[in-house]
Ligand binder design. Structure first.
Ligand SMILES: [Zn+2]
Length: 387
Protein backbone atom coordinates (compact mmCIF):
# COMPACT_ATOMS: atom_id res chain seq x y z
CA UNK A 1 0.00 0.00 0.00
CA UNK A 2 3.00 2.26 0.36
CA UNK A 3 3.76 2.20 -3.34
CA UNK A 4 1.12 4.47 -4.88
CA UNK A 5 2.60 5.12 -8.32
CA UNK A 6 2.20 8.86 -8.57
CA UNK A 7 4.30 11.93 -9.07
CA UNK A 8 1.75 14.31 -7.52
CA UNK A 9 2.43 15.53 -3.98
CA UNK A 10 1.05 13.33 -1.21
CA UNK A 11 -2.32 14.10 0.36
CA UNK A 12 -3.79 13.37 3.78
CA UNK A 13 -7.36 12.13 3.77
CA UNK A 14 -10.12 10.92 6.10
CA UNK A 15 -13.20 8.96 5.03
CA UNK A 16 -16.30 8.33 7.09
CA UNK A 17 -19.89 7.14 6.82
CA UNK A 18 -22.56 9.79 6.25
CA UNK A 19 -24.23 9.04 9.57
CA UNK A 20 -23.57 6.71 12.49
CA UNK A 21 -26.44 5.71 14.78
CA UNK A 22 -26.04 3.52 17.86
CA UNK A 23 -28.27 2.67 20.79
CA UNK A 24 -30.63 0.28 22.50
CA UNK A 25 -33.70 0.01 20.28
CA UNK A 26 -32.08 1.94 17.41
CA UNK A 27 -33.44 -0.60 14.91
CA UNK A 28 -36.91 0.86 15.44
CA UNK A 29 -35.65 4.03 13.71
CA UNK A 30 -34.00 2.30 10.72
CA UNK A 31 -36.83 3.21 8.32
CA UNK A 32 -36.69 6.87 9.28
CA UNK A 33 -32.96 7.09 8.42
CA UNK A 34 -33.13 4.87 5.31
CA UNK A 35 -35.96 7.05 3.93
CA UNK A 36 -33.49 9.97 3.88
CA UNK A 37 -31.29 7.99 1.48
CA UNK A 38 -33.61 6.14 -0.90
CA UNK A 39 -37.18 5.17 -1.69
CA UNK A 40 -36.80 1.55 -2.88
CA UNK A 41 -34.67 -0.40 -0.39
CA UNK A 42 -33.51 -4.00 -0.70
CA UNK A 43 -32.67 -5.73 2.59
CA UNK A 44 -29.89 -8.33 2.59
CA UNK A 45 -30.12 -10.64 5.59
CA UNK A 46 -29.69 -14.36 6.10
CA UNK A 47 -32.62 -16.37 7.44
CA UNK A 48 -31.28 -16.45 11.00
CA UNK A 49 -30.78 -12.68 11.19
CA UNK A 50 -34.13 -12.03 9.51
CA UNK A 51 -35.78 -14.25 12.11
CA UNK A 52 -34.61 -11.97 14.91
CA UNK A 53 -34.81 -8.62 13.12
CA UNK A 54 -37.84 -8.89 10.82
CA UNK A 55 -40.49 -7.55 13.21
CA UNK A 56 -38.62 -4.37 14.08
CA UNK A 57 -37.26 -3.72 10.58
CA UNK A 58 -40.67 -4.26 8.98
CA UNK A 59 -42.44 -2.02 11.49
CA UNK A 60 -39.95 0.80 11.00
CA UNK A 61 -40.03 0.49 7.19
CA UNK A 62 -43.83 0.47 7.18
CA UNK A 63 -43.90 3.57 9.38
CA UNK A 64 -41.55 5.30 6.91
CA UNK A 65 -43.60 4.20 3.85
CA UNK A 66 -40.77 1.98 2.59
CA UNK A 67 -41.32 -1.35 0.87
CA UNK A 68 -40.15 -4.56 2.56
CA UNK A 69 -38.11 -6.53 0.01
CA UNK A 70 -35.57 -8.99 1.37
CA UNK A 71 -32.98 -11.33 -0.15
CA UNK A 72 -31.08 -14.05 1.75
CA UNK A 73 -27.34 -14.43 2.03
CA UNK A 74 -24.80 -17.29 2.36
CA UNK A 75 -21.74 -17.49 4.57
CA UNK A 76 -19.07 -15.50 2.72
CA UNK A 77 -18.89 -12.38 0.55
CA UNK A 78 -17.73 -14.20 -2.58
CA UNK A 79 -17.48 -12.66 -6.04
CA UNK A 80 -20.37 -14.90 -7.15
CA UNK A 81 -22.59 -13.84 -4.24
CA UNK A 82 -21.89 -10.19 -5.04
CA UNK A 83 -22.76 -10.62 -8.73
CA UNK A 84 -26.04 -12.34 -7.81
CA UNK A 85 -26.93 -9.40 -5.57
CA UNK A 86 -26.26 -6.93 -8.38
CA UNK A 87 -28.77 -8.85 -10.53
CA UNK A 88 -31.32 -8.75 -7.71
CA UNK A 89 -30.81 -5.01 -7.26
CA UNK A 90 -31.48 -4.45 -10.97
CA UNK A 91 -34.52 -6.78 -11.07
CA UNK A 92 -36.14 -5.05 -8.12
CA UNK A 93 -35.40 -1.42 -9.08
CA UNK A 94 -33.56 -0.92 -5.81
CA UNK A 95 -31.97 2.45 -4.99
CA UNK A 96 -30.50 1.63 -1.56
CA UNK A 97 -29.24 -1.72 -0.32
CA UNK A 98 -29.53 -2.34 3.43
CA UNK A 99 -27.34 -5.13 4.85
CA UNK A 100 -28.57 -6.47 8.18
CA UNK A 101 -26.24 -8.96 9.88
CA UNK A 102 -22.52 -9.71 10.13
CA UNK A 103 -19.46 -8.51 8.27
CA UNK A 104 -19.85 -10.74 5.22
CA UNK A 105 -23.41 -9.66 4.40
CA UNK A 106 -22.34 -6.05 4.86
CA UNK A 107 -19.29 -6.46 2.62
CA UNK A 108 -21.41 -8.13 -0.07
CA UNK A 109 -23.94 -5.30 0.08
CA UNK A 110 -21.26 -2.63 -0.28
CA UNK A 111 -19.71 -4.42 -3.24
CA UNK A 112 -23.05 -4.99 -4.94
CA UNK A 113 -24.30 -1.47 -4.21
CA UNK A 114 -21.16 0.00 -5.72
CA UNK A 115 -21.32 -2.17 -8.85
CA UNK A 116 -25.02 -1.34 -9.29
CA UNK A 117 -24.38 2.39 -8.81
CA UNK A 118 -26.70 2.83 -5.81
CA UNK A 119 -26.31 3.76 -2.09
CA UNK A 120 -25.66 1.29 0.72
CA UNK A 121 -26.42 1.03 4.44
CA UNK A 122 -24.79 -1.17 7.12
CA UNK A 123 -26.89 -2.55 9.97
CA UNK A 124 -24.55 -4.78 11.97
CA UNK A 125 -26.37 -7.05 14.43
CA UNK A 126 -23.14 -7.90 16.24
CA UNK A 127 -20.01 -5.89 17.11
CA UNK A 128 -17.62 -8.52 15.76
CA UNK A 129 -15.61 -6.46 13.24
CA UNK A 130 -14.96 -2.87 12.27
CA UNK A 131 -15.96 -3.47 8.64
CA UNK A 132 -19.44 -1.87 8.75
CA UNK A 133 -18.28 1.78 8.64
CA UNK A 134 -15.61 1.42 5.96
CA UNK A 135 -15.55 2.06 2.21
CA UNK A 136 -13.94 -1.27 1.47
CA UNK A 137 -14.96 -4.91 1.37
CA UNK A 138 -13.06 -8.14 1.71
CA UNK A 139 -13.87 -10.81 -0.86
CA UNK A 140 -13.37 -14.47 0.07
CA UNK A 141 -13.59 -17.86 -1.67
CA UNK A 142 -16.43 -20.27 -0.87
CA UNK A 143 -14.01 -21.88 1.61
CA UNK A 144 -13.27 -18.61 3.39
CA UNK A 145 -9.84 -17.87 1.93
CA UNK A 146 -8.93 -14.21 1.47
CA UNK A 147 -9.13 -13.15 -2.20
CA UNK A 148 -8.92 -9.35 -2.34
CA UNK A 149 -9.82 -5.99 -0.88
CA UNK A 150 -12.28 -3.99 -2.97
CA UNK A 151 -12.19 -0.22 -2.48
CA UNK A 152 -15.16 2.07 -3.07
CA UNK A 153 -15.29 5.85 -3.45
CA UNK A 154 -17.85 6.18 -0.64
CA UNK A 155 -18.53 4.79 2.82
CA UNK A 156 -22.02 3.60 3.73
CA UNK A 157 -24.51 6.48 3.85
CA UNK A 158 -25.70 5.10 7.17
CA UNK A 159 -24.35 2.72 9.80
CA UNK A 160 -26.97 1.78 12.39
CA UNK A 161 -26.32 -0.60 15.27
CA UNK A 162 -28.85 -1.62 17.91
CA UNK A 163 -26.92 -2.39 21.07
CA UNK A 164 -29.69 -4.64 22.40
CA UNK A 165 -28.91 -6.98 19.47
CA UNK A 166 -25.24 -6.92 20.46
CA UNK A 167 -26.23 -7.74 24.05
CA UNK A 168 -28.45 -10.62 22.91
CA UNK A 169 -25.80 -12.21 20.67
CA UNK A 170 -23.30 -14.83 21.90
CA UNK A 171 -20.40 -13.17 23.72
CA UNK A 172 -17.93 -14.67 21.21
CA UNK A 173 -18.94 -12.00 18.69
CA UNK A 174 -17.95 -9.17 21.01
CA UNK A 175 -14.72 -10.96 21.90
CA UNK A 176 -13.88 -11.15 18.20
CA UNK A 177 -14.70 -7.46 17.75
CA UNK A 178 -12.25 -6.58 20.51
CA UNK A 179 -9.54 -8.57 18.72
CA UNK A 180 -10.20 -6.73 15.48
CA UNK A 181 -10.34 -3.31 17.15
CA UNK A 182 -7.19 -3.68 19.27
CA UNK A 183 -5.17 -4.20 16.09
CA UNK A 184 -6.31 -0.81 14.85
CA UNK A 185 -4.04 1.22 17.10
CA UNK A 186 -1.05 -1.09 16.62
CA UNK A 187 -1.41 -0.84 12.86
CA UNK A 188 -2.18 2.90 12.77
CA UNK A 189 0.86 3.54 14.95
CA UNK A 190 3.07 1.61 12.54
CA UNK A 191 1.54 3.31 9.49
CA UNK A 192 2.11 6.74 11.06
CA UNK A 193 5.71 5.83 11.86
CA UNK A 194 6.39 4.91 8.24
CA UNK A 195 4.09 7.59 6.80
CA UNK A 196 2.63 4.95 4.51
CA UNK A 197 -0.60 5.10 2.54
CA UNK A 198 -3.78 4.26 4.46
CA UNK A 199 -6.80 2.32 3.23
CA UNK A 200 -8.38 5.73 2.53
CA UNK A 201 -5.72 6.35 -0.14
CA UNK A 202 -3.56 9.06 1.41
CA UNK A 203 -1.10 9.60 4.18
CA UNK A 204 -2.38 9.15 7.73
CA UNK A 205 -4.17 12.12 9.28
CA UNK A 206 -3.73 13.00 12.92
CA UNK A 207 -7.49 12.43 13.15
CA UNK A 208 -7.33 8.82 11.95
CA UNK A 209 -4.37 7.99 14.15
CA UNK A 210 -5.95 9.61 17.23
CA UNK A 211 -9.24 7.77 16.75
CA UNK A 212 -7.34 4.49 16.53
CA UNK A 213 -5.64 5.27 19.83
CA UNK A 214 -8.93 6.30 21.46
CA UNK A 215 -10.42 2.98 20.42
CA UNK A 216 -7.55 1.11 22.17
CA UNK A 217 -8.03 3.16 25.37
CA UNK A 218 -11.81 2.70 25.49
CA UNK A 219 -11.46 -1.04 24.98
CA UNK A 220 -8.96 -1.38 27.83
CA UNK A 221 -11.30 0.60 30.11
CA UNK A 222 -14.57 -1.12 29.21
CA UNK A 223 -13.93 -4.62 27.84
CA UNK A 224 -14.56 -6.75 30.91
CA UNK A 225 -17.67 -4.84 32.01
CA UNK A 226 -19.03 -4.93 28.47
CA UNK A 227 -18.43 -8.68 28.14
CA UNK A 228 -20.29 -9.22 31.42
CA UNK A 229 -23.17 -7.09 30.14
CA UNK A 230 -23.46 -9.33 27.08
CA UNK A 231 -23.33 -12.45 29.27
CA UNK A 232 -26.32 -10.97 31.11
CA UNK A 233 -28.03 -9.84 27.90
CA UNK A 234 -28.19 -6.22 29.06
CA UNK A 235 -27.11 -2.88 27.59
CA UNK A 236 -24.93 -0.81 29.93
CA UNK A 237 -22.85 2.34 29.40
CA UNK A 238 -19.72 0.13 29.26
CA UNK A 239 -21.27 -1.90 26.45
CA UNK A 240 -22.28 1.26 24.57
CA UNK A 241 -18.69 2.54 24.93
CA UNK A 242 -17.22 -0.72 23.73
CA UNK A 243 -19.56 -1.03 20.75
CA UNK A 244 -18.62 2.48 19.66
CA UNK A 245 -14.92 1.62 19.99
CA UNK A 246 -15.27 -1.68 18.09
CA UNK A 247 -17.50 -0.36 15.33
CA UNK A 248 -17.06 3.36 14.73
CA UNK A 249 -13.66 4.33 16.17
CA UNK A 250 -11.88 1.21 15.02
CA UNK A 251 -13.53 1.51 11.62
CA UNK A 252 -12.46 5.12 11.12
CA UNK A 253 -9.09 4.33 12.72
CA UNK A 254 -8.14 1.46 10.46
CA UNK A 255 -9.41 3.12 7.31
CA UNK A 256 -7.87 6.55 7.80
CA UNK A 257 -5.07 5.48 10.17
CA UNK A 258 -3.81 2.53 8.13
CA UNK A 259 -3.36 -1.23 8.29
CA UNK A 260 0.02 -2.90 8.71
CA UNK A 261 1.29 -6.35 9.76
CA UNK A 262 -1.60 -7.59 11.94
CA UNK A 263 -4.19 -7.69 9.16
CA UNK A 264 -1.67 -8.96 6.59
CA UNK A 265 -0.94 -11.89 8.90
CA UNK A 266 -4.68 -12.41 9.35
CA UNK A 267 -5.01 -12.61 5.59
CA UNK A 268 -2.08 -15.03 5.49
CA UNK A 269 -3.69 -17.25 8.13
CA UNK A 270 -6.72 -17.82 5.89
CA UNK A 271 -4.40 -19.98 3.72
CA UNK A 272 -4.09 -22.58 6.52
CA UNK A 273 -7.11 -24.92 6.62
CA UNK A 274 -6.43 -25.48 10.33
CA UNK A 275 -7.61 -21.94 11.06
CA UNK A 276 -10.96 -22.29 9.31
CA UNK A 277 -13.90 -21.77 11.62
CA UNK A 278 -12.05 -19.08 13.58
CA UNK A 279 -13.46 -15.55 13.52
CA UNK A 280 -11.78 -12.60 11.85
CA UNK A 281 -10.98 -11.04 15.24
CA UNK A 282 -9.43 -14.23 16.60
CA UNK A 283 -7.04 -14.43 13.66
CA UNK A 284 -6.34 -10.70 13.81
CA UNK A 285 -5.28 -11.09 17.44
CA UNK A 286 -2.61 -13.57 16.40
CA UNK A 287 -1.60 -10.99 13.79
CA UNK A 288 -1.38 -8.24 16.43
CA UNK A 289 0.80 -10.29 18.74
CA UNK A 290 3.01 -11.34 15.82
CA UNK A 291 3.32 -7.69 14.79
CA UNK A 292 4.45 -6.74 18.31
CA UNK A 293 7.14 -9.44 18.07
CA UNK A 294 8.23 -8.21 14.61
CA UNK A 295 8.49 -4.68 16.02
CA UNK A 296 10.63 -5.82 18.93
CA UNK A 297 8.10 -4.08 21.19
CA UNK A 298 9.08 -3.70 24.86
CA UNK A 299 8.70 -6.95 26.81
CA UNK A 300 6.22 -5.37 29.26
CA UNK A 301 4.00 -4.21 26.39
CA UNK A 302 3.95 -7.67 24.84
CA UNK A 303 3.23 -9.33 28.20
CA UNK A 304 0.37 -6.93 28.93
CA UNK A 305 -1.10 -7.54 25.48
CA UNK A 306 -0.96 -11.30 25.97
CA UNK A 307 -2.55 -11.08 29.41
CA UNK A 308 -5.30 -8.66 28.39
CA UNK A 309 -6.33 -10.50 25.24
CA UNK A 310 -6.12 -13.92 26.91
CA UNK A 311 -8.43 -12.65 29.67
CA UNK A 312 -10.80 -11.28 27.02
CA UNK A 313 -10.88 -14.77 25.49
CA UNK A 314 -8.78 -14.26 22.37
CA UNK A 315 -6.13 -16.70 21.10
CA UNK A 316 -2.49 -15.82 21.74
CA UNK A 317 -0.84 -19.13 20.71
CA UNK A 318 -0.55 -21.22 17.55
CA UNK A 319 -2.25 -24.05 19.45
CA UNK A 320 -5.44 -22.04 19.76
CA UNK A 321 -5.61 -21.53 16.00
CA UNK A 322 -4.96 -25.22 15.24
CA UNK A 323 -1.26 -24.91 14.37
CA UNK A 324 2.05 -25.95 15.95
CA UNK A 325 5.63 -24.73 15.62
CA UNK A 326 6.32 -27.90 13.59
CA UNK A 327 3.85 -26.94 10.83
CA UNK A 328 6.64 -25.53 8.66
CA UNK A 329 4.71 -25.86 5.38
CA UNK A 330 1.62 -24.07 6.69
CA UNK A 331 3.60 -21.37 8.51
CA UNK A 332 5.59 -20.66 5.36
CA UNK A 333 2.41 -20.50 3.24
CA UNK A 334 0.89 -18.07 5.76
CA UNK A 335 4.03 -15.91 5.72
CA UNK A 336 4.21 -15.93 1.94
CA UNK A 337 0.59 -14.80 1.59
CA UNK A 338 1.09 -12.17 4.33
CA UNK A 339 4.06 -10.64 2.51
CA UNK A 340 2.83 -10.49 -1.12
CA UNK A 341 3.77 -7.10 -2.59
CA UNK A 342 0.25 -5.64 -2.27
CA UNK A 343 -0.05 -6.48 1.44
CA UNK A 344 -0.23 -3.89 4.19
CA UNK A 345 2.66 -5.57 6.04
CA UNK A 346 4.87 -3.34 3.88
CA UNK A 347 3.44 -0.35 5.79
CA UNK A 348 5.64 -1.38 8.72
CA UNK A 349 8.47 1.10 9.31
CA UNK A 350 11.02 -1.63 8.38
CA UNK A 351 11.26 -4.37 5.74
CA UNK A 352 9.51 -7.65 6.62
CA UNK A 353 10.46 -10.93 4.91
CA UNK A 354 8.82 -14.34 4.77
CA UNK A 355 11.45 -15.68 7.17
CA UNK A 356 10.76 -12.85 9.64
CA UNK A 357 7.06 -13.74 9.72
CA UNK A 358 7.71 -17.49 10.11
CA UNK A 359 10.08 -16.81 13.02
CA UNK A 360 7.71 -14.38 14.72
CA UNK A 361 4.77 -16.76 14.37
CA UNK A 362 6.78 -19.63 15.84
CA UNK A 363 7.95 -17.45 18.72
CA UNK A 364 4.49 -16.60 20.03
CA UNK A 365 3.81 -20.17 21.20
CA UNK A 366 6.54 -20.29 23.88
CA UNK A 367 6.20 -16.57 24.61
CA UNK A 368 2.47 -16.73 25.36
CA UNK A 369 2.72 -19.97 27.30
CA UNK A 370 5.37 -18.48 29.57
CA UNK A 371 3.45 -15.22 30.11
CA UNK A 372 0.25 -17.15 30.81
CA UNK A 373 2.05 -19.35 33.33
CA UNK A 374 3.68 -16.33 35.02
CA UNK A 375 0.36 -14.51 35.29
CA UNK A 376 -1.76 -17.46 36.41
CA UNK A 377 -3.73 -17.80 33.16
CA UNK A 378 -5.06 -21.04 31.70
CA UNK A 379 -3.05 -23.11 29.24
CA UNK A 380 -4.13 -22.86 25.60
CA UNK A 381 -6.71 -25.29 24.23
CA UNK A 382 -6.18 -26.66 20.72
CA UNK A 383 -8.50 -25.36 18.00
CA UNK A 384 -10.03 -28.00 15.74
CA UNK A 385 -10.90 -26.63 12.30
CA UNK A 386 -14.59 -26.56 11.36
CA UNK A 387 -15.73 -26.40 7.76
ZN1 LIG B 1 -10.29 -6.28 10.65
Amino acid sequence: MSTTASTTPPIRTVMSPGRYVQGKGALARLGEFVAQIGTAPLIIADDFVWGIAEDQVSASFTAADLRIERVGFGRFATATAVDALVEKIKETGTDVVVAVGGGSAIDAAKSAGHLAGIRWVSVPTVASTDAPTSALAVIYTEEGEFVEYRFFPRNPDLVLIDTQFVANAPVAFLVAGIGDALATWLEARATAASNSTTMAGGQPTQTGTALAKLSWEIIHENAFSALDAVRDGVVTPALENLVEANTLLSGLGFESGGLAAAHAIHNGLTAAPQTHGLSHGQKVNIGSLTQLVLEGAPRAEIEDFIEFTTRVGLPTTLTEIGLTVEDETELRAIAELATVPTETIHNMPFAVTVDDVVSALKSIERLSRSVRADRGLAEPVKHVAKH
